[in-house]
Design a protein around this ligand. Structure first.
Ligand code: GRF
Length: 214
């Protein structure tokens, strides 16, 4: 069985979407299972949801560690316990050091709520509206040492309407995050997408599945 470990900090709706897909599509038949959810915030709602679903939920409070490196050493220990094929960052709000990221190169993914390479960083919905963009979206990418800069695996696109606020836009986008993230996680876990020379390699057929135009 290949293990998937999900790292969260908050509500965990992307984790729930991945869990739902894994059950509805019977990922276990393909040898994949979500082994654990780890949160750097003990109060994260997603931990509760994991427990309810019978998935191991681990709280690792970053505030309990004197340095980023000390926290990451513990985090790596917790992650490695599951020997994961894929590590999924789903609303995980800690910047990871190069050392941590390199340790898991090619098997650590993130979802970013913008059409990368546009708008890395925070406050993406407001920035897309203010830039006058007519479309916005979300991007699943391999995590590299550059913040929101790793190779792109999949993207989903939504329209921006003149009446949109950052809140309405975020709400319109979220269901599409929930659509592409499970697809991307599954594709990487099955080896349908690989990181090679800094690029996400996949066939046309896989790429069709991982680009969602609303
Ligand atoms: C999502 O919008 C994701 O794109 C961003 O953080 C948010 C996490 O939401 N990285 P959730 O915790 O998965 O509900």
């Amino acid at each position: 069985m290949k293990n998937i470990v999900v790292l969260i900090s908050g509500r965990g709706s992307n984790f729930e979407a991945i869990l739902r897909a894994s059950r509805e599509e019977n990922w276990e038949a393909d040898g994949l299972r979500i082994a654990a959810v780890i949160s750097n915030r003990p109060e994260a709602l997603g931990l509760e949801k994991a427990r309810e679903a019978g998935i191991e939920a681990v709280a690792l409070d970053h505030k309990a560690y004197p340095t980023r490196e000390a926290f990451e050493a513990k985090l790596a220990e917790a992650v490695d316990r599951y020997d994961p094929a894929v590590i999924v960052l789903a609303g995980f709000m800690r910047i990871l050091t190069e050392g941590f990221v390199n340790r898991y190169e090619g098997r650590i993914l993130n979802i970013h709520p913008a059409l990368l390479p546009l708008f890395p960083g925070l406050d993406t919905h407001r920035r897309a509206i203010e830039a006058g963009c007519r479309v916005h979206g979300s991007t699943v990418h391999f995590v590299s040492a550059v913040l929101d800069g790793g190779a792109i695996i999949g993207q989903s696109v939504v329209k921006i309407l003149p009446s949109d606020t950052p809140e309405t836009l975020a709400a319109r986008l979220l269901p599409f995050e929930h659509k592409i993230y499970p697809r991307c996680v599954r594709a990487v876990a099955l080896g349908e997408v690989r990181l090679e020379d800094g690029c996400a390699r996949m066939t046309d057929e896989v790429a069709e599945r991982l680009a969602v135009l609303s």
